[in-house]
Design a protein around this ligand. Structure first.
Ligand code: SF4
Length: 376
């Protein structure tokens, strides 16, 4: 059959156009998505970095004060309502920043505790726990999706680290919970899912944002960062934030037991950890908290209590004994009350400041080491 060359050319052009159009559309989608990824979320910006941003676009530094005032004091997130910012500047902010929020997926409540499950913009999930104390309202935030530290007793760490949380994803845990409950959080503990010193920069920017007196203005001494014992992180932290509290997940009085339950102790031995803590105390003049989860038959013997007393003798610290919260996936058992009290007595007699932690949230799986127990 004969086909006129003009017809063939027309058909070819038609198919070439379709293919060209498809390639073009896919490219537009990819460029758009990547552009979205490049846009920084506004809640990741510290006050100082926002000042620099405004200078970089030829505007004035004080614009950072205005924006922080809207975002963190008035809690207004719609740029159009910010009437003291010129439209040209608003257009630029719109171009450069994403104002999106993570989402609250679920809330579980008990009398003195509320646990929130959040979905991040990429579908990952994290949790935060709010606790009502007699001294204020404290929020335990997560710093990573999963955790690579592999502490054997920890439900939160059963999911390996997927990624670090961005600064805004930590800030928004606080903003969303405050809005949901109509409250002001007075204390923060970075003790949820993740090891904060494994996501150092983003966690430290989070602290800079919530302590800025241009915004949320939380006192540094109302914030506690808890590490499983990453020595270089502690070194850095003592230089960067000498007023923020430091807590150490210790959980054992010697390397032998610690190696069995906390793999990090193979990288940083106990004497190295204790030495850096002494340095930290000397430099900051702050008291350090040692967290000690009481695991039946593992670290709760009276010998362990004596050994712990000698290890901590002369160190400006206090020990928080934490009755273990059993979960179905982990075989450790909680020490019984008599054992916990006997352990407590030995520390006390040896002059160590010690408390037994009030238990929060067992009914909603929000207790220490239980985050993500039933969320997935
Ligand atoms: S206790 Fe903390 S550092 Fe250890 S695995 Fe759990 S979340 Fe990670």
């Amino acid at each position: 059959m004969y086909h006129h060359p003009l017809l063939i050319l027309t058909i070819n052009c038609y198919f070439v156009n379709i293919i060209y159009f498809k390639i073009l559309s896919i490219s537009v989608i990819i460029i758009y998505r990547n552009y979205g990824d490049f846009m920084k979320n506004i809640f990741s910006e510290t006050y100082e970095s926002l000042e620099n941003y405004f200078l970089s676009i030829g505007d004035k530094k004080f614009r950072a004060t205005q924006l922080y005032d809207f975002l963190y004091k008035k809690r207004i997130y719609n740029l159009n309502v910010m009437n003291n910012i010129p439209n040209t500047v608003k257009d630029k902010i719109h171009e450069d920043y994403d104002f999106s929020f993570i989402k609250i997926l679920k809330k579980q409540e008990d009398i003195d505790v509320k646990k929130y499950l959040f979905e991040l913009n990429d579908g990952n999930r994290i949790e935060s726990v709010l606790m009502y104390h007699n001294y204020g309202i404290s929020l335990c935030v997560s710093s990573q999706v999963g955790c690579n530290m592999g502490c054997k007793f920890c439900e939160s760490g059963r999911l390996k680290k997927v990624r670090n949380l961005e600064t805004y994803e930590i800030v928004e845990q606080l903003l969303l919970i405050e809005k949901d409950l109509g409250i002001h959080i007075t204390h923060i503990v970075v003790m949820g899912i993740g090891e904060p010193f494994d996501n150092y920069d983003n966690v430290m920017n989070f602290i800079r944002i919530v302590t800025s007196n241009k915004g949320i203005d939380l006192g540094s001494r109302h914030i506690t960062v808890s590490t499983c014992g990453i020595v270089p992180g502690i070194e850095k932290f003592m230089n960067d934030f000498n007023q923020v509290n430091l807590a150490i997940s210790l959980h054992a009085p010697n390397d032998e037991i610690r190696n069995k339950i906390m793999p990090i102790s193979k990288a940083y031995k106990l004497d190295e950890l204790i030495n850096v803590i002494k340095k930290y105390i000397k430099k900051t003049n702050r008291r350090v908290t040692f967290e000690y989860i009481m695991l039946d038959g593992v670290n709760d013997s009276l010998e362990c209590a004596k050994e712990l007393s000698s290890l901590l003798k002369g160190i400006n610290c206090y020990v928080n004994l934490i009755p273990y919260n059993e979960t179905e996936n982990i075989q450790f058992k909680r020490s019984n009350k008599v054992q916990i009290l006997a352990f407590y007595d030995i520390l006390k007699k040896n002059g160590i400041a010690v408390t037994i932690r009030k238990e929060f949230g067992g009914k909603v799986d929000a207790a220490c080491g239980q985050l993500r127990a039933k969320s997935y």
